[in-house]
Write a protein that binds this ligand. Structure first.
Ligand code: ADP
Length: 447
Protein backbone atom coordinates (compact mmCIF):
# COMPACT_ATOMS: atom_id res chain seq x y z
CA UNK A 1 0.00 0.00 0.00
CA UNK A 2 1.05 3.61 -0.54
CA UNK A 3 2.79 5.48 2.27
CA UNK A 4 2.14 9.06 1.26
CA UNK A 5 -0.38 10.55 -1.17
CA UNK A 6 -0.28 14.05 -2.65
CA UNK A 7 -3.72 15.55 -3.19
CA UNK A 8 -3.62 17.66 -6.35
CA UNK A 9 -6.83 19.53 -5.62
CA UNK A 10 -8.55 21.88 -3.21
CA UNK A 11 -11.87 22.48 -1.40
CA UNK A 12 -14.29 19.74 -0.38
CA UNK A 13 -12.81 16.99 -2.55
CA UNK A 14 -9.32 17.53 -1.11
CA UNK A 15 -10.80 17.24 2.39
CA UNK A 16 -12.69 14.09 1.36
CA UNK A 17 -9.50 12.44 0.06
CA UNK A 18 -7.48 13.43 3.14
CA UNK A 19 -10.14 11.75 5.30
CA UNK A 20 -9.82 8.51 3.34
CA UNK A 21 -6.01 8.64 3.64
CA UNK A 22 -6.21 9.21 7.38
CA UNK A 23 -8.53 6.24 7.84
CA UNK A 24 -6.17 4.07 5.80
CA UNK A 25 -3.11 5.19 7.79
CA UNK A 26 -1.62 6.86 4.69
CA UNK A 27 0.10 10.24 5.11
CA UNK A 28 -1.42 13.07 3.08
CA UNK A 29 0.23 16.06 1.45
CA UNK A 30 -1.94 19.04 0.48
CA UNK A 31 -1.01 21.58 -2.15
CA UNK A 32 -2.51 25.06 -2.15
CA UNK A 33 -2.48 28.40 -3.87
CA UNK A 34 -1.88 31.55 -1.83
CA UNK A 35 -5.66 32.17 -1.95
CA UNK A 36 -6.25 28.89 -0.08
CA UNK A 37 -3.72 29.37 2.71
CA UNK A 38 -6.45 29.14 5.39
CA UNK A 39 -8.41 26.37 3.74
CA UNK A 40 -9.46 23.27 5.67
CA UNK A 41 -7.58 20.88 3.38
CA UNK A 42 -4.34 22.66 4.33
CA UNK A 43 -5.13 22.25 8.02
CA UNK A 44 -6.17 18.62 7.85
CA UNK A 45 -3.33 17.25 5.73
CA UNK A 46 -0.18 15.95 7.41
CA UNK A 47 1.97 18.27 5.28
CA UNK A 48 1.09 21.14 2.96
CA UNK A 49 3.00 22.89 0.20
CA UNK A 50 2.21 26.20 -1.49
CA UNK A 51 2.32 25.76 -5.27
CA UNK A 52 1.67 29.27 -6.54
CA UNK A 53 -0.55 32.32 -6.82
CA UNK A 54 -4.39 32.23 -7.01
CA UNK A 55 -5.03 31.72 -10.77
CA UNK A 56 -5.49 27.96 -11.39
CA UNK A 57 -3.17 28.11 -14.39
CA UNK A 58 -0.34 29.08 -12.03
CA UNK A 59 -1.21 26.70 -9.17
CA UNK A 60 -3.70 23.81 -9.39
CA UNK A 61 -3.04 23.39 -13.12
CA UNK A 62 0.71 23.86 -12.83
CA UNK A 63 1.94 20.33 -13.50
CA UNK A 64 5.60 21.03 -12.79
CA UNK A 65 4.89 22.69 -9.45
CA UNK A 66 2.66 19.79 -8.39
CA UNK A 67 5.10 17.09 -9.47
CA UNK A 68 7.94 18.93 -7.68
CA UNK A 69 5.81 19.07 -4.52
CA UNK A 70 5.18 15.31 -4.77
CA UNK A 71 8.88 14.57 -5.29
CA UNK A 72 10.12 16.88 -2.53
CA UNK A 73 7.64 15.38 -0.05
CA UNK A 74 8.47 11.82 -1.23
CA UNK A 75 4.92 10.86 -2.17
CA UNK A 76 4.48 7.51 -3.86
CA UNK A 77 1.02 8.32 -5.24
CA UNK A 78 -1.11 11.28 -6.26
CA UNK A 79 -4.88 11.73 -6.17
CA UNK A 80 -6.17 14.31 -8.68
CA UNK A 81 -9.76 14.65 -7.33
CA UNK A 82 -12.09 16.02 -10.03
CA UNK A 83 -11.64 18.99 -12.36
CA UNK A 84 -8.18 20.61 -12.70
CA UNK A 85 -5.76 17.85 -13.86
CA UNK A 86 -7.99 14.84 -13.15
CA UNK A 87 -8.65 14.06 -16.82
CA UNK A 88 -5.34 15.14 -18.26
CA UNK A 89 -3.54 12.22 -19.91
CA UNK A 90 -0.24 14.13 -20.12
CA UNK A 91 -0.34 14.65 -16.37
CA UNK A 92 -0.80 10.92 -15.75
CA UNK A 93 2.22 10.30 -17.97
CA UNK A 94 4.25 12.89 -16.11
CA UNK A 95 3.38 11.21 -12.80
CA UNK A 96 4.46 7.78 -14.09
CA UNK A 97 7.66 9.20 -15.55
CA UNK A 98 8.51 10.49 -12.08
CA UNK A 99 7.65 7.22 -10.36
CA UNK A 100 4.43 8.52 -8.80
CA UNK A 101 1.28 6.41 -9.11
CA UNK A 102 -1.62 8.44 -10.51
CA UNK A 103 -4.80 7.37 -8.69
CA UNK A 104 -7.01 6.97 -11.72
CA UNK A 105 -6.96 5.19 -15.06
CA UNK A 106 -3.88 5.10 -17.33
CA UNK A 107 -3.24 7.82 -19.95
CA UNK A 108 -4.70 5.78 -22.87
CA UNK A 109 -8.02 5.39 -21.04
CA UNK A 110 -8.09 9.08 -20.03
CA UNK A 111 -7.43 10.12 -23.65
CA UNK A 112 -10.06 7.85 -25.11
CA UNK A 113 -12.67 8.83 -22.52
CA UNK A 114 -11.94 12.55 -23.00
CA UNK A 115 -12.30 12.36 -26.76
CA UNK A 116 -16.06 12.01 -26.95
CA UNK A 117 -16.32 11.16 -30.63
CA UNK A 118 -13.64 8.45 -30.28
CA UNK A 119 -15.37 7.02 -27.20
CA UNK A 120 -18.65 6.93 -29.15
CA UNK A 121 -16.90 5.08 -31.96
CA UNK A 122 -15.63 2.45 -29.47
CA UNK A 123 -19.20 2.04 -28.17
CA UNK A 124 -20.67 1.63 -31.66
CA UNK A 125 -18.10 -1.09 -32.36
CA UNK A 126 -19.17 -2.90 -29.20
CA UNK A 127 -22.88 -2.59 -30.02
CA UNK A 128 -23.62 -0.28 -27.10
CA UNK A 129 -26.59 1.97 -27.95
CA UNK A 130 -25.54 5.52 -28.81
CA UNK A 131 -27.61 8.48 -29.94
CA UNK A 132 -27.86 8.67 -33.74
CA UNK A 133 -25.26 11.20 -34.81
CA UNK A 134 -22.25 12.03 -36.96
CA UNK A 135 -19.58 9.36 -37.34
CA UNK A 136 -16.79 11.30 -35.66
CA UNK A 137 -16.11 15.00 -35.98
CA UNK A 138 -17.92 17.36 -38.32
CA UNK A 139 -15.70 18.82 -41.06
CA UNK A 140 -17.60 21.94 -42.05
CA UNK A 141 -21.04 23.55 -42.15
CA UNK A 142 -22.04 21.58 -45.28
CA UNK A 143 -21.17 18.32 -43.58
CA UNK A 144 -23.17 19.41 -40.50
CA UNK A 145 -26.22 20.24 -42.63
CA UNK A 146 -26.03 16.91 -44.46
CA UNK A 147 -25.74 14.95 -41.17
CA UNK A 148 -28.59 16.85 -39.56
CA UNK A 149 -30.83 16.25 -42.58
CA UNK A 150 -30.13 12.52 -42.37
CA UNK A 151 -30.77 12.33 -38.60
CA UNK A 152 -33.66 14.81 -38.50
CA UNK A 153 -33.94 18.01 -36.45
CA UNK A 154 -33.61 18.96 -33.65
CA UNK A 155 -29.92 18.12 -33.28
CA UNK A 156 -27.28 19.13 -30.77
CA UNK A 157 -23.74 20.26 -31.64
CA UNK A 158 -21.25 19.19 -28.97
CA UNK A 159 -17.58 19.95 -28.40
CA UNK A 160 -15.58 16.73 -28.86
CA UNK A 161 -13.36 17.60 -25.92
CA UNK A 162 -16.08 19.37 -23.94
CA UNK A 163 -17.07 18.93 -20.33
CA UNK A 164 -18.97 20.43 -17.43
CA UNK A 165 -22.12 20.81 -19.50
CA UNK A 166 -20.46 23.49 -21.63
CA UNK A 167 -20.03 23.83 -25.38
CA UNK A 168 -23.41 22.51 -26.56
CA UNK A 169 -25.75 24.15 -29.10
CA UNK A 170 -29.21 22.96 -30.07
CA UNK A 171 -30.32 23.49 -33.67
CA UNK A 172 -33.97 23.10 -34.67
CA UNK A 173 -33.65 23.74 -38.39
CA UNK A 174 -31.07 24.24 -41.18
CA UNK A 175 -31.08 28.02 -40.70
CA UNK A 176 -30.10 27.66 -37.06
CA UNK A 177 -27.45 25.13 -38.01
CA UNK A 178 -25.90 27.56 -40.48
CA UNK A 179 -25.51 30.24 -37.83
CA UNK A 180 -24.66 27.93 -34.90
CA UNK A 181 -21.98 25.80 -36.52
CA UNK A 182 -19.22 28.41 -36.56
CA UNK A 183 -20.22 29.66 -33.10
CA UNK A 184 -20.05 26.13 -31.67
CA UNK A 185 -16.68 25.55 -33.30
CA UNK A 186 -15.11 28.74 -32.02
CA UNK A 187 -16.62 28.21 -28.55
CA UNK A 188 -15.14 24.75 -28.50
CA UNK A 189 -11.73 26.15 -29.48
CA UNK A 190 -11.79 28.91 -26.88
CA UNK A 191 -13.14 26.77 -24.01
CA UNK A 192 -11.42 23.44 -24.62
CA UNK A 193 -8.45 24.30 -26.81
CA UNK A 194 -9.72 22.14 -29.70
CA UNK A 195 -12.20 23.28 -32.37
CA UNK A 196 -13.61 19.79 -33.05
CA UNK A 197 -17.35 19.36 -32.73
CA UNK A 198 -19.72 16.47 -33.42
CA UNK A 199 -23.43 16.22 -33.78
CA UNK A 200 -26.21 14.14 -32.22
CA UNK A 201 -29.96 13.84 -32.39
CA UNK A 202 -31.37 16.06 -29.63
CA UNK A 203 -33.36 13.87 -27.24
CA UNK A 204 -36.41 15.68 -25.88
CA UNK A 205 -36.91 15.47 -22.13
CA UNK A 206 -34.30 12.80 -21.40
CA UNK A 207 -33.12 11.71 -18.00
CA UNK A 208 -29.42 11.70 -17.25
CA UNK A 209 -28.58 8.47 -15.44
CA UNK A 210 -24.98 7.46 -14.82
CA UNK A 211 -23.43 4.22 -13.67
CA UNK A 212 -20.51 3.83 -11.27
CA UNK A 213 -17.77 1.48 -12.41
CA UNK A 214 -15.12 -0.11 -10.19
CA UNK A 215 -12.35 -1.85 -12.14
CA UNK A 216 -8.98 -3.25 -11.13
CA UNK A 217 -5.72 -3.21 -13.04
CA UNK A 218 -6.62 -6.51 -14.71
CA UNK A 219 -9.67 -4.80 -16.20
CA UNK A 220 -12.12 -6.73 -14.00
CA UNK A 221 -15.04 -4.28 -13.90
CA UNK A 222 -18.30 -4.20 -11.94
CA UNK A 223 -21.11 -1.67 -11.67
CA UNK A 224 -21.87 -0.18 -8.23
CA UNK A 225 -25.34 1.07 -9.17
CA UNK A 226 -26.54 4.25 -10.76
CA UNK A 227 -27.17 7.92 -10.01
CA UNK A 228 -30.01 10.02 -11.33
CA UNK A 229 -28.59 13.43 -12.33
CA UNK A 230 -31.47 14.99 -14.26
CA UNK A 231 -31.85 18.02 -12.01
CA UNK A 232 -29.66 20.37 -13.99
CA UNK A 233 -29.56 24.07 -14.74
CA UNK A 234 -28.06 24.83 -18.14
CA UNK A 235 -26.65 21.28 -18.34
CA UNK A 236 -24.96 21.63 -14.93
CA UNK A 237 -26.01 19.21 -12.22
CA UNK A 238 -27.59 20.68 -9.08
CA UNK A 239 -29.03 17.68 -7.25
CA UNK A 240 -28.35 13.96 -7.64
CA UNK A 241 -29.95 10.80 -6.30
CA UNK A 242 -29.20 7.10 -5.93
CA UNK A 243 -30.78 4.87 -7.00
CA UNK A 244 -32.68 6.33 -9.97
CA UNK A 245 -36.41 6.34 -9.21
CA UNK A 246 -39.13 5.56 -11.76
CA UNK A 247 -36.97 3.14 -13.72
CA UNK A 248 -38.11 -0.40 -14.37
CA UNK A 249 -35.95 -3.08 -12.78
CA UNK A 250 -35.45 -4.61 -16.20
CA UNK A 251 -34.05 -1.40 -17.72
CA UNK A 252 -31.89 -0.73 -14.67
CA UNK A 253 -30.34 -4.19 -14.89
CA UNK A 254 -29.87 -3.96 -18.66
CA UNK A 255 -28.10 -0.59 -18.51
CA UNK A 256 -25.86 -1.84 -15.70
CA UNK A 257 -24.74 -4.65 -17.98
CA UNK A 258 -24.15 -2.21 -20.83
CA UNK A 259 -22.17 0.06 -18.49
CA UNK A 260 -19.80 -2.80 -17.67
CA UNK A 261 -19.60 -3.61 -21.37
CA UNK A 262 -18.75 0.04 -22.08
CA UNK A 263 -15.98 -0.05 -19.46
CA UNK A 264 -14.58 -3.22 -21.03
CA UNK A 265 -14.78 -1.64 -24.50
CA UNK A 266 -12.15 0.93 -23.49
CA UNK A 267 -10.22 -1.45 -21.20
CA UNK A 268 -11.19 0.68 -18.21
CA UNK A 269 -9.11 0.64 -15.02
CA UNK A 270 -9.78 2.22 -11.60
CA UNK A 271 -13.08 4.04 -10.92
CA UNK A 272 -15.11 5.76 -13.58
CA UNK A 273 -18.62 6.71 -14.59
CA UNK A 274 -20.57 5.75 -17.69
CA UNK A 275 -23.26 8.30 -18.50
CA UNK A 276 -26.47 7.47 -20.35
CA UNK A 277 -29.49 9.46 -21.48
CA UNK A 278 -32.79 7.64 -20.99
CA UNK A 279 -35.86 8.78 -22.92
CA UNK A 280 -39.54 8.70 -21.96
CA UNK A 281 -39.89 5.14 -23.28
CA UNK A 282 -36.81 3.94 -21.38
CA UNK A 283 -34.71 3.77 -24.55
CA UNK A 284 -31.19 4.46 -23.40
CA UNK A 285 -28.08 5.82 -25.05
CA UNK A 286 -24.46 6.02 -23.95
CA UNK A 287 -23.24 9.65 -23.88
CA UNK A 288 -19.83 9.65 -22.26
CA UNK A 289 -17.28 8.22 -19.85
CA UNK A 290 -15.91 10.29 -17.00
CA UNK A 291 -12.50 8.96 -16.02
CA UNK A 292 -12.40 10.36 -12.49
CA UNK A 293 -14.30 10.49 -9.23
CA UNK A 294 -17.56 12.41 -9.70
CA UNK A 295 -18.74 15.30 -7.51
CA UNK A 296 -21.87 13.23 -6.78
CA UNK A 297 -20.04 10.04 -5.70
CA UNK A 298 -21.32 10.27 -2.07
CA UNK A 299 -24.88 9.22 -3.00
CA UNK A 300 -23.46 5.91 -4.22
CA UNK A 301 -21.35 5.59 -1.07
CA UNK A 302 -24.37 6.17 1.15
CA UNK A 303 -26.58 3.52 -0.48
CA UNK A 304 -23.87 0.89 -1.09
CA UNK A 305 -21.70 1.39 2.00
CA UNK A 306 -18.62 1.43 -0.28
CA UNK A 307 -15.99 4.12 0.28
CA UNK A 308 -15.26 5.00 -3.35
CA UNK A 309 -12.14 7.05 -2.59
CA UNK A 310 -10.61 4.12 -0.73
CA UNK A 311 -11.53 1.86 -3.65
CA UNK A 312 -9.70 4.23 -6.03
CA UNK A 313 -6.64 3.96 -3.80
CA UNK A 314 -6.90 0.15 -3.54
CA UNK A 315 -7.32 -0.28 -7.29
CA UNK A 316 -4.38 2.06 -8.02
CA UNK A 317 -2.25 0.05 -5.58
CA UNK A 318 -2.96 -3.05 -7.67
CA UNK A 319 -5.44 -4.82 -5.40
CA UNK A 320 -8.01 -7.15 -6.95
CA UNK A 321 -11.55 -5.88 -7.41
CA UNK A 322 -13.34 -7.40 -4.37
CA UNK A 323 -16.79 -6.85 -5.90
CA UNK A 324 -16.17 -9.42 -8.62
CA UNK A 325 -16.81 -11.98 -5.90
CA UNK A 326 -19.35 -10.26 -3.69
CA UNK A 327 -22.63 -8.66 -4.53
CA UNK A 328 -23.19 -4.93 -4.14
CA UNK A 329 -26.53 -4.22 -2.49
CA UNK A 330 -28.42 -0.93 -2.58
CA UNK A 331 -29.88 0.16 0.73
CA UNK A 332 -32.49 2.93 0.83
CA UNK A 333 -32.25 6.20 -1.06
CA UNK A 334 -29.75 9.10 -1.07
CA UNK A 335 -29.97 12.68 -2.30
CA UNK A 336 -27.07 15.11 -2.77
CA UNK A 337 -27.76 18.84 -2.90
CA UNK A 338 -25.00 21.04 -4.27
CA UNK A 339 -24.62 24.16 -2.17
CA UNK A 340 -22.92 26.76 -4.34
CA UNK A 341 -21.80 30.27 -3.41
CA UNK A 342 -24.26 31.72 -5.92
CA UNK A 343 -27.20 34.07 -5.77
CA UNK A 344 -30.09 31.96 -7.05
CA UNK A 345 -32.37 35.03 -7.00
CA UNK A 346 -30.07 36.85 -9.41
CA UNK A 347 -29.26 34.49 -12.23
CA UNK A 348 -27.00 32.31 -10.05
CA UNK A 349 -24.27 34.94 -10.15
CA UNK A 350 -21.15 34.02 -8.10
CA UNK A 351 -21.22 35.20 -4.49
CA UNK A 352 -17.73 34.84 -3.05
CA UNK A 353 -16.73 36.55 0.20
CA UNK A 354 -16.58 36.08 3.94
CA UNK A 355 -18.81 33.55 5.69
CA UNK A 356 -19.77 35.43 8.83
CA UNK A 357 -21.55 32.48 10.41
CA UNK A 358 -22.74 29.00 9.52
CA UNK A 359 -24.72 26.22 11.15
CA UNK A 360 -24.57 22.74 9.65
CA UNK A 361 -27.53 20.39 9.83
CA UNK A 362 -27.01 17.25 11.89
CA UNK A 363 -29.11 14.32 12.98
CA UNK A 364 -30.06 10.97 11.43
CA UNK A 365 -29.03 10.31 7.85
CA UNK A 366 -27.19 13.58 7.23
CA UNK A 367 -23.66 13.96 5.82
CA UNK A 368 -21.91 17.14 4.74
CA UNK A 369 -18.79 17.28 2.59
CA UNK A 370 -17.37 20.77 2.84
CA UNK A 371 -14.36 22.94 3.59
CA UNK A 372 -16.15 26.03 4.90
CA UNK A 373 -16.41 27.35 8.46
CA UNK A 374 -17.37 30.66 10.12
CA UNK A 375 -14.90 33.39 9.24
CA UNK A 376 -13.66 31.62 6.11
CA UNK A 377 -13.37 33.73 2.95
CA UNK A 378 -14.53 32.01 -0.24
CA UNK A 379 -11.99 33.06 -2.86
CA UNK A 380 -13.39 34.32 -6.17
CA UNK A 381 -10.98 32.34 -8.34
CA UNK A 382 -12.46 28.85 -8.37
CA UNK A 383 -15.58 26.74 -8.71
CA UNK A 384 -18.54 27.96 -6.67
CA UNK A 385 -19.29 24.60 -4.95
CA UNK A 386 -18.84 25.14 -1.21
CA UNK A 387 -20.68 22.20 0.33
CA UNK A 388 -22.53 19.03 -0.54
CA UNK A 389 -25.43 18.05 1.66
CA UNK A 390 -25.99 14.31 1.37
CA UNK A 391 -29.04 12.78 2.96
CA UNK A 392 -30.06 9.15 3.35
CA UNK A 393 -33.58 7.82 3.88
CA UNK A 394 -35.01 4.31 3.98
CA UNK A 395 -37.22 5.35 1.03
CA UNK A 396 -37.14 8.20 -1.50
CA UNK A 397 -39.98 9.82 0.38
CA UNK A 398 -38.05 9.79 3.65
CA UNK A 399 -34.92 11.07 1.88
CA UNK A 400 -36.96 14.00 0.49
CA UNK A 401 -38.54 14.99 3.81
CA UNK A 402 -35.22 14.59 5.61
CA UNK A 403 -33.50 16.74 2.96
CA UNK A 404 -36.06 19.49 3.53
CA UNK A 405 -35.53 19.22 7.28
CA UNK A 406 -31.74 19.42 6.83
CA UNK A 407 -31.99 22.39 4.45
CA UNK A 408 -34.09 24.21 7.05
CA UNK A 409 -31.37 23.69 9.66
CA UNK A 410 -28.60 24.74 7.26
CA UNK A 411 -27.64 28.38 7.52
CA UNK A 412 -24.74 30.16 5.84
CA UNK A 413 -24.44 33.87 6.45
CA UNK A 414 -22.40 36.58 4.74
CA UNK A 415 -22.75 35.20 1.21
CA UNK A 416 -25.61 34.02 -0.99
CA UNK A 417 -26.00 30.29 -1.57
CA UNK A 418 -28.19 27.82 -3.45
CA UNK A 419 -29.84 26.62 -0.19
CA UNK A 420 -33.11 28.53 -0.91
CA UNK A 421 -33.24 27.14 -4.44
CA UNK A 422 -32.64 23.57 -3.24
CA UNK A 423 -35.63 24.03 -0.92
CA UNK A 424 -37.76 25.00 -3.91
CA UNK A 425 -36.71 21.90 -5.83
CA UNK A 426 -37.40 19.56 -2.93
CA UNK A 427 -40.78 21.15 -2.18
CA UNK A 428 -41.89 20.86 -5.81
CA UNK A 429 -44.71 18.36 -6.24
CA UNK A 430 -43.43 17.00 -9.53
CA UNK A 431 -40.01 16.44 -8.02
CA UNK A 432 -41.59 14.66 -5.07
CA UNK A 433 -43.48 12.40 -7.47
CA UNK A 434 -40.20 11.59 -9.19
CA UNK A 435 -41.50 13.05 -12.42
CA UNK A 436 -38.22 14.58 -13.62
CA UNK A 437 -36.07 15.03 -16.72
CA UNK A 438 -33.20 17.32 -17.70
CA UNK A 439 -35.54 20.26 -18.43
CA UNK A 440 -37.25 20.09 -15.05
CA UNK A 441 -35.66 23.30 -13.71
CA UNK A 442 -36.39 25.18 -16.93
CA UNK A 443 -40.01 24.00 -17.03
CA UNK A 444 -40.84 24.43 -13.35
CA UNK A 445 -38.86 27.57 -12.56
CA UNK A 446 -38.25 29.18 -15.96
CA UNK A 447 -34.49 29.12 -15.43
P1 ADP B 1 -20.54 17.24 -20.42
O1 ADP B 1 -19.37 16.36 -20.60
O2 ADP B 1 -20.28 18.64 -20.80
O3 ADP B 1 -21.18 17.09 -19.07
P2 ADP B 1 -22.57 15.48 -21.59
O4 ADP B 1 -22.40 14.83 -22.90
O5 ADP B 1 -22.38 14.63 -20.37
O6 ADP B 1 -21.63 16.77 -21.51
O7 ADP B 1 -24.02 16.14 -21.50
C1 ADP B 1 -24.41 16.98 -20.44
C2 ADP B 1 -25.91 17.19 -20.45
O8 ADP B 1 -26.31 17.76 -21.70
C3 ADP B 1 -26.73 15.91 -20.34
O9 ADP B 1 -26.92 15.52 -19.02
C4 ADP B 1 -28.04 16.35 -21.00
O10 ADP B 1 -28.79 17.16 -20.12
C5 ADP B 1 -27.56 17.24 -22.13
N1 ADP B 1 -27.39 16.50 -23.40
C6 ADP B 1 -26.23 15.99 -23.91
N2 ADP B 1 -26.46 15.37 -25.09
C7 ADP B 1 -27.78 15.47 -25.36
C8 ADP B 1 -28.63 15.02 -26.42
N3 ADP B 1 -28.15 14.36 -27.47
N4 ADP B 1 -29.95 15.30 -26.32
C9 ADP B 1 -30.46 15.99 -25.26
N5 ADP B 1 -29.71 16.43 -24.24
C10 ADP B 1 -28.39 16.19 -24.27
Amino acid sequence: MFKKILIANRAEIAVRIIRACRELGIESVAVYSTADRDSLHVRLADTSICIGPPPSSKSYLNMDAIISAALVSKCDALHPGYGFLAENAAFEQLCSKNGIVFIGPPAEVISLSGNKSMALEAMRKNRIPVIPGSDGNIKDARHALACARKIGYPVILKASFGGGGKGMRICSNPREMESMFSIAKSESASSFGMAEVYLEKYIKKPRHIEFQIIADNNGDAVCAGERECSIQRRHQKLLEEAPAGNLSERTRKTIREYAVRAANAVNYKNLGTIEFLVDENENFYFIEINSRIQVEHPVTEVVTGIDLIKEQIYMAAGLKNPYKAKEITINGHAIEMRINAEDSEHNFSPSPGKITDCIFPLGPGVRIDTFIRPGFIIPPFYDSLIAKLIVWGSSRQEAVSRSLRALDEFSIEGIKTTIPFQKKILSNQRFQEGNIHTHFIEEQFGL
